[in-house]
Design a protein around this ligand. Structure first.
Ligand code: KIV
Ligand code: ZN
Length: 387
């Protein structure tokens, strides 16, 4: 039987940290309600101690969201955890996400501490958080570069202290997919109390591997993915929610499903892009403007014979406008005939053979041949026939 992978959305926390993407409380609440409607399981609403505005946002979201768990981030610091507990107190289901760096880079450079001291601080933080909620997630920051043996000791200790979810962030986006997957499998096989917690993937995209790493993490044993709409997040971003949801759906043989309503993926992508004023690259998987556009003659001809030749996802299934046949100098006769037909012109093969060289002349001067160009070509063709 297929197993559920929980979708932990951090658009409002890791995504909102991006320069220029900051949202006010009203905007954050509006987006949280849309994420709830999308069907995510956990909404990381913010970092309550970071500013009074973010405290207010987390608190308002906690009051309004009913179908998803509302989560607040903290450092492994008592005051942070108390403030998060206060911000989340009205939530129907609340989670505190606390943690500390576990790689030697972090232990030495950030904390000037020892590995044992980090374990003590980690377990103490989890115990503080458990005073406010039974749902405590621990993050081992820079777990991607943390030695697996030590990481397993940290994970075992925080679970014993009461963590119910353990996040294994590849904070710097360094891991290769097989390494990240093996890390999860190592934890599953070497942490004695691992059955008491859910392992979570939190991958950054510095090498473009965030999505691949998250999927490898799930195959390795994780059952939660932390992700953002459009892959927004620190530096090169986080795992894109729309990508992992569709990978698990398209590859059902992996044996996983999520609770996300895929038909809402494109509408919410546009909303996030608009509200955060952060454009989506046209070739972005699932939600980019070109994700369902076909422009070369070979692809267009195949697509027009059967959509499945060049599309693995039906655009309607992800709420996109539909497939597009874009006319460029690389397009062929089938695409030209199709676009004329869409405009109401009934041209036969002979007409298209006559029109095609004129079409190419126009196409060579432009990036894309538009409707008005086709109208002009049709008009010239009709006039030539009369003379
Ligand atoms: O990337 C990271 O390590 C984080 C943690 C705060 C979870 O965002
Ligand atoms: Zn992160």
């Amino acid at each position: 039987m297929a197993e559920q992978v929980y979708i932990f959305d951090t658009t409002l926390r890791d995504g909102e940290q991006v320069p220029g993407c900051k949202l006010n409380t009203k905007e954050k609440v509006g987006l949280a309600l849309k994420l709830e409607a999308l069907g995510v399981d956990i909404i990381e609403a913010g970092f309550p101690i970071s500013s009074p505005g973010d405290f207010e946002s987390v608190s308002e979201i906690a009051k309004l969201v009913k179908n998803a768990t509302v989560c607040g981030l903290t450092r492994a610091v008592q005051k942070d955890i108390e403030v998060a507990g206060e911000a989340l107190k009205h939530a129907k289901r609340s989670r505190i996400h606390t943690g500390i760096g576990t790689s030697d880079f972090h232990i030495k450079a950030k904390f000037n501490a020892t590995r044992e001291e980090i374990i003590a601080r980690a377990t103490q933080a989890v115990k503080w958080a458990r005073n406010f909620t039974d749902d405590v997630e621990f993050f081992a920051e820079d777990a991607g570069r943390t030695d697996n043996e030590y990481l397993a000791r940290v994970v075992e200790a925080v679970i014993a202290a009461g963590a119910t979810v353990v996040n294994i962030p590849d904070t710097t986006g360094y891991c290769l997919p097989h390494q990240y997957g093996e890390k999860m499998a190592f934890l599953r096989n070497n942490v004695s109390n691992i059955d008491k917690a859910v392992l979570s993937c939190h991958c950054h995209n510095d090498l473009g591997l965030a999505t691949a790493n998250s999927i490898a993490g799930v195959i390795g044993g994780a059952r939660q993915i932390e992700c953002t709409i459009n892959g927004l997040g620190e530096r090169a971003g986080n795992t894109a929610l729309e990508e992992v949801v569709m990978i698990l759906k398209q590859h059902a043989s992996l044996g996983f499903y999520t609770g996300v309503n895929a038909t809402m993926l494109n509408p919410i992508s546009r909303e996030v892009s608009d509200i955060m004023r952060m454009g989506v690259q046209p070739n972005k998987a699932i939600v980019g403007a070109n994700a369902f556009s076909h422009s070369s003659g070979i692809h267009q001809d195949g697509f027009l014979k059967s959509a499945e030749t060049y599309e693995i996802i039906n655009p309607e299934a992800v709420g996109a406008d539909g497939s597009k046949i874009v006319l460029t100098a690389r397009s062929g006769r089938s695409a030209l005939a199709y676009r004329f037909q869409k405009l109401g012109f009934q041209f036969d093969r002979n007409d298209i053979d006559i029109l095609y060289p004129s079409f190419l002349q126009v196409a060579d001067t432009k990036k894309e041949v538009m409707e008005e160009d086709l109208q002009a070509l049709a008009k010239a063709h009709a006039a030539a026939l009369v003379h």
